[in-house]
Design a protein around this ligand. Structure first.
Ligand code: BEZ
Ligand code: FE
Length: 277
């Protein structure tokens, strides 16, 4: 098909025809669908030139906001529900397996290995909390030596990677399950917090009339040899944002009770169940 003299009616077909010599079948499938849906969007809304240019400016600003510690495109994917849709398609779990949820942009590799019972909290403030649980197989057997990579915000509602006042690995650590599959660490109760709003994603959230809040949670990546790793959170029961999480990541099975125990300390118990690899 020639690329000459195209009209609104045959432009999409002409672009698709240019994929004729694309050698990678999966890449061809992805590009074909992307072009079809993009053109359909432009037609459906009758996109004006001014709107098209606003879109270009938005995508440019999104890229310009990214650096080693800031991933505005992941944030965009998260707030548009794309991250959770990809998660749902790729992590269909059997009954009983811990459900996954969004990884988010604040994971930092290389958190220190800590002994069970250690605290991840190097900063002040917050409600002291003990987190206990087990890592189990689907038939309820303990998994020994599973690694739990954990991270959360400090009491000021910022991750260490967002806050130059915090040590690099504040509120981060890696724990290992013991012979009974058990793990235990100390922290402070997580708080609900806004995703970063000082960039283009914050602007479109505002323009859509949406709040930027995430319900309080602790992040985990739980892994063990022979099992599929799971990236997930434990959410705090009773949080006011559980039903309006800005990134659509809450699942009932991940909500846990942070209960008071003696001496004004909170305690939360959560068992993880891993699916075989
Ligand atoms: C987070 O929980 O760290 C997070 C997830 C998605 C977007 C922003 C933050
Ligand atoms: Fe988070």
């Amino acid at each position: 098909m020639s690329t000459r003299n195209l009209s609104e009616a045959d432009l999409t077909d002409a672009v698709l025809a240019r994929l004729e010599r694309c050698e990678d079948p999966r890449f061809k499938e992805l590009m074909t669908a992307l072009i079809r849906h993009l053109h359909a969007f432009v037609r459906e809304v009758g996109l004006t030139e001014a709107e098209w240019f606003e879109g270009i400016k938005f995508l440019t600003a999104t890229g310009q906001k990214c650096d080693a510690d800031r991933q505005e495109y992941i944030l965009l994917s998260d707030v548009l529900g794309v991250s959770m849709l990809v998660d749902a398609l790729n992590h269909k779990k059997p009954t009983g397996a811990t459900e996954s949820t969004v990884l988010g942009p604040f994971y930092v590799e290389g958190a220190p290995d800590l002994a069970n019972g250690a605290s991840i909290c190097l900063s002040g403030g917050g409600e002291p909390t003990e987190v206990r649980g087990r890592v189990l197989s689907l038939d309820g057997k303990p998994i020994r030596g599973a690694v739990l990579d954990v991270w959360q915000t400090a009491a000021n509602s910022l991750y260490s990677s967002q806050d130059p006042q915090q040590e690099r690995y504040n509120m981060r650590g890696r724990f290992r399950s013991d012979d009974k599959g058990a793990f235990f660490f100390r922290t402070v109760k997580p708080v609900s917090y806004p995703v970063p709003t000082d960039g283009p994603v914050g602007k479109i959230l505002n323009a859509m009339g949406r709040h930027p809040m995430r319900p309080a949670h602790i992040h985990f990546i739980v892994s063990a040899p022979g099992y599929e790793p799971v990236a997930t959170h434990i959410f705090a029961k009773g949080d006011p944002y559980l039903d309006s999480d800005v990134v659509f990541a809450v699942k009932n099975s991940l909500v846990a009770d942070f209960k008071p125990k003696d001496g004004g300390i909170l305690e939360v118990n959560y068992d993880f169940a891993l699916k075989p690899a």
